[in-house]
Write a protein of this length. Sequence first.
Length: 217
Amino acid sequence: MTESEPRGPMRRYGGYAVLGIVVVAVAVLVVWLFAFGGDEGHQAAAPLQLDRPELLGTVGLETGVIDGHAPEVGKLAPDFALANARDPERVVRLSDFRGTPVVLNWYASWCGPCKREIPDFQKAYEALDGEVVFLGVNLQEDAAQAAGLLDVFVAKYPALLDTEGEVAVHYRIPGMPTTFFIDADGIVRSMGAGLIVEEVLVEELARIGVIYEPEDP
């Protein structure tokens, strides 16, 4: 394991996952193996396959990776720019949220665990009322699919379009969902792949300085 490996409760999020083939101008084989110990009640991430070449270049804006370094616990989260899923003409940068803790979550409409954790994210987003930003990053789907899934769960937090999968590759996303907890200074405090249940969400928010005490349904 490297020093950037997720620590504490985040190690429970998922099993093993492999990053597949990305088509960007030419076929490039990128394989990453992340190991996460699994606890009962924590579902492993679905293996990631970046195989949607028909969507490449549809955003038509200056988007993609800004900072060249890889994500690492204890280091500044790499900056990127992506189109807003609800308003694709608007580009949003991760650094736009500097000064506020961020829960950065990759999701997709085909991902079962993603659908299970979105309601808990929205519940915390509403309860914390600006203390933390939940930022969804949709992988290789169009704006209607990306925003539509959130609408199903009445989730109002911001969402972005990683249409080409470029940012997912740079962030070493091993499977879906994958979540990064970033503090107000932009430092990655924990990261991991797989379903996040409410109990773990509370623990990980505390790592980035956010106290969350969910109310019973």
